[in-house]
Write a protein that binds this ligand. Structure first.
Ligand code: FES
Ligand SMILES: [Fe+2]
Length: 457
């Protein structure tokens, strides 16, 4: 299929808007998906040094990373009493422990004697024991034993408990914050729990988890996944079936935002007049990565590729997990609907397998990206074991993670920009600000504005 881009100078008509598309779908979207929340966030440039300055990065550590809520793991990763998971960020290590069948606690992963890091890998124990001098703690963090206790006559054992970290839970995820005075997690996540109520995130399991370090500031990495603005240049293969220019964006609060993009709708950037509905559907099957079926089929006469794709996805999802999707809207079956939570999390809404992103800083010029794919536990079946993290080495492209299928190539396209973005941001320095589009890059602007609010506190 030949993709004919419009000539430069041609005016692109970004209508119908995403919201118009989903309002008139074969099974229309619910009202909360259609409603607009578009605040005026202005249009000022952003200092490029926010991505490159060690001083700014230190402020982010002190004022943002040690204050904000962050997703540490899934509950399913620590299913049994005694299971623990290490969550590591900005030089801190946190032990997330299942202390009781229905209780999870988090502690700074450090021995309160002379500071050895307590645990170095995930595991399961009935007590924690420091391998340096043998001090011990109970699962609940209380101090248990010091083989040299007689030599610490003035130290109250109660003062030797592991240092508690505040935790929160939503949708099967465990969140932590280092800040005892952080606002309640429920307030930060609004309106996500309400919008995701039908997607049963607690009944999903980690089907895929791939992680990789990248030589780019964490914000540059995150921002590569916060707009549909880059598809035209980075993912030209999307053009026959992705309504990129039609995308909808909403900013709900300092913390949350979303972007919504229609699948099986041709991009306004190309001349789609020669494409049949079957061409659109076929192009989508080849590279979208989230369709439950890869069965090539002709779109029936009189039907749109979008209505057909949604119908096929309902059938394939029912075959996959036994649940009924006959009333699910086309948008919720097909579309990338990315809800972000400040500063570094993105949860895809909808009934199809849900992608989750997490971006962690690893120094000012380096970041770690986690990509999860959550699938619904099939009806009446036991929960599958969560996929362990598949770490990709520096020289291993996302295409080498076979479990990602067609998405591996898409992520590789995204990531290929990032080392050059970081290099370029350094060249911009104080001289040239970064520019964000007023609407389609509004979510990036919100990230910077909230960051500034945290730093100025
Ligand atoms: S440093 Fe842990 S017991 Fe001494
Ligand atoms: Fe992308």
């Amino acid at each position: 299929m030949k993709i004919e881009f419009l000539k430069s100078g041609d005016v692109v008509d970004a209508r119908p808007t995403y919201k118009d598309i989903i309002r008139s779908d074969a099974i229309p979207a619910p009202e909360w998906l259609i409603a607009d929340t578009v605040p005026d966030l202005g249009h000022a440039g952003i200092p490029a040094t926010n991505y490159t300055s060690p001083e700014f990065f230190q402020k982010e550590i002190d004022k943002v990373w040690l204050k904000c809520w962050q997703m540490a793991c899934r509950e399913e990763e620590i299913p049994n009493v005694g299971d623990y998971h290490l969550y590591e960020i900005v030089g801190r290590s946190v032990l997330i422990v299942r202390t009781e069948p229905n209780e999870i606690k988090a502690f700074i992963n450090v021995c309160t004697h002379r500071g050895r890091k307590l645990e170095t890998h995930d595991g399961c124990k009935n007590r924690f024991r420091c391998v340096f001098h043998g001090w011990e703690w109970n699962l609940d963090g209380s101090f248990r034993h010091n083989p040299w206790a007689w030599d610490f006559p003035n130290v109250d054992p109660n003062s030797l408990a592991l240092r508690d970290i505040k935790i929160g839970k939503w949708g099967g995820f465990v969140f932590i914050t280092f800040d005892k005075d952080a606002p309640p997690l429920e307030d930060v996540l609004k309106p996500i729990p309400e919008h995701f109520a039908d997607y049963q995130f607690e009944d999903r399991y980690i089907a895929i988890h791939v992680a990789k370090k990248y030589p780019s500031n964490w914000k540059a990495t995150a921002e590569a996944f916060m707009e549909s603005h880059h598809s035209i240049a980075t993912h030209p293969q999307f053009m026959p079936y992705l309504g990129d220019a039609n995308s909808g964006y909403d900013v709900f609060s300092d913390y949350t935002s979303r972007q919504l993009t229609a699948m099986a709708v041709t991009s306004p950037f190309i001349d789609g007049s020669a494409l049949t509905q079957t061409d659109i559907y076929t192009a989508m099957l080849a590279s979208s990565g989230r369709l439950a079926s890869d069965q090539v089929a002709d779109v029936p006469e009189g039907m749109t590729a979008r209505a057909f794709a949604a119908q096929e996805q309902r059938k394939a999802m029912t075959a996959d997990n036994g649940y009924d999707y006959s009333n699910a809207s086309d948008a919720e079956m097909l579309d990338p609907m990315l809800y972000n939570v400040f500063p570094n999390m993105s949860f895809w809404a909808g009934y199809s397998p849900n992608i989750v992103y997490r971006w962690r800083p690893d120094g000012v010029d380096s970041s770690i990206m986690d990509i999860y794919m959550l699938r619904r536990v099939p009806k009446g079946q036991a929960r599958p074991k969560p996929a362990p993290v598949h770490w990709l080495g520096d020289d291993e492209p996302f295409t080498s993670a076979e479990e990602l299928g067609a998405l591996g190539g898409v992520f590789e396209q995204d990531m290929a920009n990032l080392p050059f973005v970081q290099e370029g941001l350094k060249m911009m320095g104080d001289e040239i600000p970064v520019q964000f589009a007023e609407y389609t890059e509004m979510r990036l602007r919100q990230l910077h504005q909230t960051l500034r609010k945290f730093i100025d506190r």
